[in-house]
Design a protein around this ligand. Structure first.
Ligand SMILES: *Cc1c(COP(=O)(O)O)cnc(C)c1O
Length: 380
């Protein structure tokens, strides 16, 4: 037995590189004893709005709360329908249900794993009130047809860019294309905090004002409540940490891209693609010549005998992950929505085949070669 261990993510390595700056930022917050919202949060909001080319940004308590507050700002009511993908992290659908609205799913494009725009139209009804496309794994959804159809039907679009801060679609940044966009600062995202945190972006000044009020229990003037909101505030400590990390975000995402293209080469050379045993992720929409930037929050392959391969890699000290093993319409909590197995075949197939490999910025070429060697070994 060797003792090689390759994790999915190595946040300790990241912290070691930036420790003096992070420690100083944290100390400054303690010195100020100003912990909730305040100048650090405002600075982060301005920088994230600028970074993502959105007009406004509002710091909130998590990516999930960012989605929830967006739906609240749009006045989503019980029995309204909100269209989204069946293949994402649970929050995307969960927030719809928490307002007693109804999630309506549209199957995915098997290449990008993102909502298939061609299938959107037939899901729109008179009760549809919003659309939430998810930029999964770090790659944007094909937004143009979604934005066009949504504007024809006057449906607001919320981009779930929790995994895709900095990603681009035809020169436009994730979070700047819809009426609203959301980011998550969960520690495993490309820009991760020291706990939970999130951000809403918007191009719309009146939604911006409403989001800020909803974030503090619906009160603009303290103890006078215009509407029922919640405690959706971002902590100053999170903002301070994120302000440091934001300076490194592009270089980290670039390292992830390099790792992804190195994997692509290794898989190409391995012969596994030709034999149809492995499919590597594709960065798409390149045909138009427009720059579309994938930030590889995950490097996700499709693999034959996925579960056995995963166990084999685990035995060799290689961590992998399955995002996501069960599509929303087959989740236990959603049985009452009335969907059946077979309703979204691409999402179902993906859930059986996908495997995410370590792609974090500090991953070395040697480690990647070891991983692909072990995958090859499994199939031989
Ligand atoms: C992480 C994630 C969220 C939720 O973010 P939290 O900060 O963990 O609440 C929502 N949608 C997607 C696609 C995510 O990956």
């Amino acid at each position: 037995m060797n003792n090689i261990k390759i994790p999915m993510l190595d946040l300790k390595a990241q912290y070691t590189c930036i420790k003096p700056k992070i420690d100083k930022a944290v100390e400054d917050v303690f010195e100020s004893q100003y912990f909730i919202l305040g100048p650090k949060v405002e600075e982060l909001e301005a920088k994230i709005a600028h970074y993502s080319e959105a007009s406004h940004a509002v710091g909130v308590s998590s990516g999930t709360d960012a989605l929830l507050i967006c739906l609240m700002a749009l006045d989503i009511e019980p029995d309204d329908e909100v269209i989204t993908t069946p293949f994402s992290f649970f929050s995307t659908a969960g927030v719809i249900s928490r307002l007693n609205a109804i999630p309506k799913f549209v199957d995915i494009d098997p290449v990008t794993y993102n909502l298939e725009p061609k299938k959107l139209k037939s899901a729109i009804t008179r009760r549809t009130k919003a659309v939430i496309p998810v930029h999964l794994f770090g790659q944007c959804v094909d937004m143009d047809p979604i934005l066009e159809l949504s504007s024809q039907h006057q449906l607001p679009v919320i981009e779930d860019a929790a995994q895709s801060i900095g990603a681009q679609y035809k020169n436009r940044k994730a979070g700047s294309m819809g009426d609203l966009g959301i980011f998550s600062f969960f520690p495993s995202k490309n820009l991760g905090g020291a706990g939970d945190g999130g951000m809403v972006t918007t191009q719309n000044p009146s939604l911006y004002e409403k989001l800020k009020i909803l974030r503090v229990h619906g009160s603009q003037q303290k103890y006078y409540h215009k509407m029922v909101g919640g405690n959706f505030r971002l902590d100053a400590l999170q903002a301070a940490v994120l302000l440091v990390k934001l300076q490194y975000l592009d270089s980290w995402s670039e390292k992830r891209c390099q790792n992804a293209s190195h994997y692509n080469q290794l898989f190409e050379r391995s012969g596994l693609i030709k034999k149809g045993l492995v499919k590597t992720p594709k960065t798409v929409y390149k045909d138009s010549g427009d720059p579309n930037h994938h930030i590889f929050n995950q490097y996700t392959i499709r693999a034959q005998s996925r579960d056995k391969l995963r166990a084999h890699l685990q035995d060799q000290g290689i961590s992998t992950a399955i995002y996501y093993p069960v599509p929303f319409h087959l989740q236990e909590c959603y049985q009452d929505l009335g969907y059946l197995k077979g309703d979204f075949p691409e999402a179902e197939k993906a859930s059986q085949e996908v495997l995410s490999l370590p792609v974090f910025p500090e991953l070395t070429c040697d480690q990647q070669e070891y991983i692909v060697d072990k995958i090859k070994e499994f199939y031989s």
